[in-house]
Design a binder for this molecule. Sequence first.
Ligand code: FAD
Ligand code: NAI
Length: 469
Amino acid sequence: MADSAIPYDVVIIGGGPGGYNAAIRAGQLGLKAACVEKRVTLGGVCLNVGCIPSKALLHASEMFELASKDFAGLGIDVTPKLNLPQMMKQKAESVTALTKGIEFLFKKNKADWIKGTGKLAGPGKVEVTAEDGAVTTLEARNIVIATGSEPSTLPGVTVDQKRIVDSTGALELADVPKSLIVIGAGIIGLELGSVWRRLGAQVTVVEFLDRITPGMDAETAKTFQRSLTKQGMVFKLGSKVTGAKAGDAGVELTVEPVAGGPAETLKADYVLLAIGRRPVTEGLGLESVGITADKHGFIETDHWKTSAPGVWAIGDVTHGPMLAHKAEDEAVACIETIAGQAGHVNYGIIPSVVYTFPEVAWVGKTEEELKDEGRAYKAGKFPFSANSRAKVNHEAEGFVKVLADAVTDEILGVHMIGPHVGEMIAEYCVAMEFRAASEDVARTSHPHPTLSEALRQAAMGVEGWTMQA
Ligand code: FAD
Ligand code: NAI
């Protein structure tokens, strides 16, 4: 525990991707920094119960499904048997290795980890309550709030982490459910729904809207839904859940059409509630420095500054996409600004990835956004069915779509669905950061035969000279 008499340059509340990157960057810039985190490990939601464990299960379950269904076609005859405890163990080992890695980086960069629950206690003061109840007050020239987010709740559907789970519970099921109902066709629902479907569950997704994944380019979302349906996921769109009854044997859900009509009862072994996340600001002492969270609980900021002098906020607790890399980018920019440098985040170029199969990845504007803005654009599109590497890998579903300004040819948005697009989207992020024209990508040599050729072909399609088949 740090000496409470030492004033810090920066005290950060929360040790997730926002908080831990802020602490490490502060250490690198020679600022005396402490990060207050109440979990037993650093890394926040992302490393402990979010990005990392979900991707560990997505990878393992994809391997299981490939071995079960696709290996035979490649001439590999195997009969895979699921070992769920081992799948969970390897997931836990990855999480531990990565959270320990953050602890190591704290030591390397001389940032203190103060274990406990932090609370603002007036200008320049953070009160920390340790697990044993001991209270320490840290003094800081700057305070960064990085308390993140938690699952949103739904009246009538009580999460008990036994039969009705949130994302954290869905990462820890002890058995493969025969049936799973997911409430919310967003990223969590479709990623974790995919995990359990691949392992053998019958998955039904109940979504309020008449489409899946709001925010995703509509054409891409339609293709995505078709693909997940082909895999066996069942969608009930335009439906609202009005109640849930959990018992020892399973859950009964009452579902009504949003447009009106008779209610129906759906039964399943488990229900996953995944209808979004809300910022964590309760009990944080915001009033002690004169900050009021907005009606959704978010802290308003201007270049990571809150309305209170010397108090900053980053990551999921602020507006914008609730993504780990957004929190990380803000952490670096915020600390650099505190250190007197020119912190910068390009909010127009924060990519999104859904780590299902096929993957979905996008950056920049959707077609719907460009139409709403009345901006003239050209589109180039290339299907993976015409890409040689995708064909030989038997992964030829999906497409790449490039949207470019009709006059300047500057790339405005890119939308991909297909194999490994989550890795490939970064090529377009770099291009867009340099404000490239689609022709710049179209005339850049790409290795053959690779999936990345589809990225180039889509750019060539903007001027109508796509040629690969
Ligand atoms: P968090 O990671 O939420 O960290 C905040 C930390 O603050 C927590 O550890 C919390 O314990 C601590 N804290 C809160 N209040 C206090 C307090 N008063 N005192 C001390 N400590 C406190 N994003 C991606 O980009 N890619 C993905 O693949 C991805 N997958 C996800 C999968 C799931 C299942 C979930 C739930 C989320 C996923 N996300 C993903 C989102 C990502 O996890 C978040 O955007 C990211 O963690 C936000 O970082 P943060 O630092 O703002 O907050
Ligand atoms: P989400 O916002 O992505 O999707 C929630 C879905 O639930 C929406 O489709 C919404 O219309 C629907 N919904 C809302 N209320 C409903 C109701 N009452 N009944 C039925 N449907 C309802 O939220 P989700 O999936 O919970 O994820 C939260 C956030 O976590 C994401 O927005 C994302 O920022 C982050 N995340 C990112 C991942 C990634 O980058 N791969 C993976 C997982 C999470």
